[in-house]
Write a protein that binds this ligand. Structure first.
Ligand SMILES: Nc1ncnc2c1ncn2[C@@H]1O[C@H](COP(=O)(O)OP(=O)(O)OP(=O)(O)O)[C@@H](O)[C@H]1O
Ligand SMILES: [Mg+2]
Length: 272
């Protein structure tokens, strides 16, 4: 069911009305792993960028967030990861409230975040970048690294090369690989396909699905709205710091209003 936060029931926010997907090919539990409700947050005193945003993720889900430039998608990702002060609302990860925790504490809860920009260390080798990703964890790092090299063979090939010399697609794979060194329960990806050629976009989307199929829940923020909704269990459309619509990926793709406003030529008919 497609839910418009505006139209259906003003007393029920989108997060509360979201249901896990019933796609038969997917193993999604009915257990919420993340529930962000009515989040108000901003960078500068007195300016709220998120104005009551909601986002929930069930264990095992791939949830896509789309919306116009400046709608607050990256800010929501950063708020979940403790990088933007949250002024009110709630962000629960399991039964733990994340608000007020620092990113390094949030990482220890099992969340990894790949930012939209500056997501690798250019002067370090691929191998050292992966090691840096594991700095907070103990255990058999070599085995995890081998698994990542299997998922991303190009990283294995370039393991001794400086990250700054990688192509855009390879760099994005390294950023994802680095985040996966923590074997997170929830992976937050902010525009992993930005500035990539169509073939590489498809590769990245395939990899995201592959990672999700191993049981990692994913929040995927994307400009590439159609493709991102097509692989999503559920999606959110953000506008002006709030979730304007939410529903199953396929329902959002087929909704006339969402299509007209957000999935038209170049995706973005509506400006923030
Ligand atoms: N570090 C910052 N300091 C102050 N304002 C910021 C900062 N980063 C973002 N903003 C503002 O917050 C608003 C939302 O930005 P955000 O980056 O979350 O949008 P977005 O939906 O991710 O957009 P895009 O699709 O362009 O990535 C914008 O008005 C932006 O100017
Ligand atoms: Mg952004």
């Amino acid at each position: 069911m497609l839910i418009s936060s505006k139209a259906i029931n003003p007393n029920m926010n989108a997060s509360q009305s979201a249901e896990p997907t019933d796609r038969p090919d997917r193993q999604i539990s009915n257990q919420l792993i993340l529930e962000a409700s009515n989040v108000v947050a901003g960078y500068v005193d007195g300016v709220d960028i998120l104005q009551g945003a909601n986002l929930s993720v069930y264990e095992g889900e791939l949830v896509t967030v789309i919306g116009s430039n400046g709608a607050g998608k990256s800010t929501l990702a950063k708020a979940i990861f403790g990088l933007v002060p949250v002024r009110s609302g709630e962000i629960l990860f399991g039964d733990r409230n994340l608000i007020g925790l620092k990113p390094e504490q949030i990482v220890r809860q099992g969340i990894s975040y790949v930012p939209q920009v500056a997501n690798v260390f250019p002067s370090l080798s691929v191998s050292d970048n992966l090691d840096m990703g594991a700095y907070t964890r103990e255990g058999n790092i070599a085995a995890v690294k081998d698994k990542i090299y299997t998922t991303f063979p190009v990283l294995a090939k370039r393991r001794n090369q400086r990250a700054g010399t990688l192509s855009g697609g390879e760099r994005q794979m390294l950023a994802m690989g680095r985040a996966l060194m923590l074997e997170p329960k929830l992976l937050i990806l902010d525009e992993p396909s930005a500035a990539l050629s169509p073939i590489l976009v498809q590769d990245i989307f395939n990899l995201i699905q592959q990672i999700n199929q191993t049981g990692t829940s994913i929040i995927l923020v994307e400009q590439n709205a159609r493709k991102a909704l097509a692989i999503a269990d559920r999606g959110y459309v953000m506008h002006l710091g709030k979730d304007e619509f939410t529903g199953k990926g396929a329902d959002l793709l087929n909704d006339p209003e969402v299509t007209e406003l957000y999935l038209g030529m170049g995706n973005f008919g509506k400006t923030a």
